[in-house]
Structures are given as structure tokens and as C-alpha cells.
Ligand binder design. Sequence first.
Ligand code: UGA
Length: 449
Amino acid sequence: VDISVSRITAWNSDALPIYEPGLDEVVKKCRGKNLFFSTDVEKHVSEADIVFVSVNTPTKTQGLGAGKAADLTYWESAARMIADVSKSNKIVVEKSTVPVKTAEAIEKILTHNSKGIDFQILSNPEFLAEGTAIQDLFNPDRVLIGGRETPEGQKAIAALRDVYAHWVPVDRIICSNLWSAELSKLAANAFLAQRISSVNAMSALCEATGADVSQVAHAVGKDTRIGPKFLNASVGFGGSCFQKDILNLVYICECNGLPEVANYWKQVIKINDYQKTRFVNRIVSSMFNTVSGKKIAILGFAFKKDTGDTRETPAIDVCKGLLGDKALLSIYDPQVNEEQIQRDLAMKKFDWDHPVHLQPMSPTSIKQVNVVWDAYAATKDAHGVCILTEWDEFKTLDYQRIYDNMQKPAFIFDGRNVVDEAKLRAIGFIVYSIGKPLDQWLKDMPAVA
Ligand code: UGA
């Protein structure tokens, strides 16, 4: 259920409101049988035995904790609504990523308005990643369920465990107390983001020393204690979760009198910001210290491949940096449309995380930005090309054709290490790949961070 009529209409149509590989098939197979979409929130909540609450928890933009703490307004009103409409006992499952101890606050709202109804709160954080969501749903590494350590709490945990046990092996269903489950979600995202910041920090050192970050990551990842996944150096991590969850973690640490721990995690975000700035500086410095009036092609705008999602995508910061230096941008992404790109480039930090009607009205579009539907149109007459998302199609473009149609010297800045640098150099490009040994050209034009 959702209060948004347009979203529910889309869920009930052939054009689902989000792009996710495999989602169409699942929805088509189950819709009308055991999967229904409705705006009649109160009716369906009152009839349910288990209610999953997946409202968004944006970062607060105003007031106490602004820029860090999670805004629980939507969660609180969902809890009050559940209390209002319930006539029978319910298990309320916290699915949204929330600060530690949110469940306790929600429990207070529900029990103080309960009219004798028993509410059990469980925390069941979601670990799926975009682009592989359906695969992650069918075959999760683990499912985590946190609940009260009372007999009623344990009974509620068992009820939810039985639901998952229909397709998840029982040894992958982990049960814990409420706070462990809530914190594990923030901790898991913080660890993942930290891995990327670690390899990105190494990428800067690789460029300075002539090492190759892919070789270093491969060697490091062969240690089974470390493992090979999630070690790709990039222009920076994006997405709706990593930065938001770490900021939230930082805030919780500060509130609990742990400034050292807060500062430790803050550094993961600082390195991510540094990586994006470093990338922009590389572009500007190699192009004779100015990109003013130069056409730069941006290939990829989504925060990763196989999604049309642009929330916190590093492309926003890179594009804003280049626009700050008066570049003319020609942007192509296979899944992101012009309206979204213009909105993103006009929006302030964290506004993206609020419902559309609460976001500032989109101002007139940015004139220096042109959105096109083809990589060849984007790169025609460009001085430089930036690859910001690792879409597979960027690996197989006809780079000779691109080179022939560009201004010379022709530059490629690969923020995702998808191109074959040797091949491109042979064509005539000046190539910058994150964390790879530098072209002589780039060595002669050092970037100041
Ligand atoms: C992330 C987590 O991976 C999920 O487990 C979690 O459930 C989810 O957040 C969430 O909290 O909702 P997601 O944001 O969809 O999932 O995407 P990731 O695959 O984690 O990628 C995040 C960012 O890191 C992307 O910008 C990606 O390009 C970047 N990344 C990833 C790298 O730069 N290098 C890597 O090696 C891996």
C-alpha cells in the first residue's frame, strides 16, 4: 500500500515505477493472485497480521541533527496510523533503515495508543542492492530478524522466520535482539562503504607511485580473510544508502558521547568527497587548467549500472564541479532521462530524499547542460569524455569513431575503469583511469586537490 495514487497506478500497470532487472516477471506472475497494490492503506493495514513499514527516513535538513540525523516523521505517522486503524493484534516490522532504538520509540507510540491490542515490533533490515534486488531477494546471504527477548517477542520472531523459511534456508535466518538488528544494518553499509573508500584512498597513492589499483586490489582480495568483492576503485560511491547511513551512524555516535568513533566513520565520507573532487581536478588540470566553454561528454549518470537511480550519484558532484568551471556538458545515460538529470543538478543536498511535493520547485533547466540519447551524439565535437557509470555498453563503443569526431587532443577520463587504456592510447586518446599509472601528459599537468 502507498498513499501515492500515481505510484500505485504504475504498480498496477505494465510500466512499473522503478527499473530493476527481473522485477517485471515477478510482479506479472503474482499480481492479482497473492500480490495486490492499493491506496486503501487503512483497510489493508487493519486486516493484516504482519505489517512491514518501508517508509523513507530522509536525512534531516533542518533543526536538531540537520545534515546527519534521520528524519522519522514518516515512520511516526505510519505508527500512529497503524495504532488508529488496528482492531486485532499485529506484528509491526521495521523494514526501513532507521537509527538504533527507533523500534523502542515506535513501540511507545503503539502501546500508548493500543486500546488493548498487542503490538510486537520486529526489526528486519533489508540488505538487497539495486540492480540485483530480485536475485538478492531469492537468494539472500542472510535474513536478519531482531525482536524483544520476551516470550511474545520470540513468538513474533518465529512467525516472521516461518515466512522467510518458505524460500530461505533456516541457517541463513539470523535472529537477534532489536538493537543488534537495527545497528547491524548501519554497520553493514558502513563496512561496505569503508571498503570502497579504502580502495579509493589507495587509488590516489597508486597514481602517485605508478602502481595499478586493479593489481593491488586483486592481490589484496586473494586473502580469503579480505575477499575479492567490492574492491573496485571508482570516482566514488553513490546511492541512497551509504552516505545517509554513515551520517546517521556518526550522529548516533556523537549523541552517545563517542566523538572518536564518529570521526572514524566520518572519514569514509571525506575520502569519498575527496575522490570526486580529485577526479574533477584531474580533468580541469589536464585540459590546460580550464574547461570553460569546452564541451565535455558525460557517459553515465546513474549511481551504478543496471539502475536508473541517480540518488547521491557521484555524477552530480562531478557535473557540478565541471559546471563551476564553466564547462558545457553533454550527458548520456541509457536509463536516466533529461528531466531527472536537470532536477538533480538543480537540487540541494538531501532534498532528493524528501517526497516530490516537498522538494523545491525545479528551477529553469541549466543551459550549459544538454542531455542526449546516444554516446556518439554526446561525444561529437567534445574536448573530453568522462565515464561515470560502468554500463556494459561503454566497453564496446566504437572509440575510433568517437576519437575521429572529437576535438584534439582528445581526452578520456574513466571514473569506473571500464575502458581498455592501451587500445585507446593506440587510437590517440590521452587516457586517465582511476588508480592506474599516469599518462606522461597527466604527469606533466599535476592536479592539485
Ligand atoms: C547498498 C548495499 O550494497 C546493500 O547491501 C544495502 O541493502 C543497500 O545499500 C541499502 O542499504 O539499501 P546499493 O546502494 O543498491 O546497495 O548499491 P551498491 O552495489 O552497494 O553500490 C553502492 C555504490 O558503491 C555505487 O555507487 C557503486 O558504484 C559503488 N561501488 C561498489 C564502488 O565504487 N566500488 C565497488 O567495488 C562496489
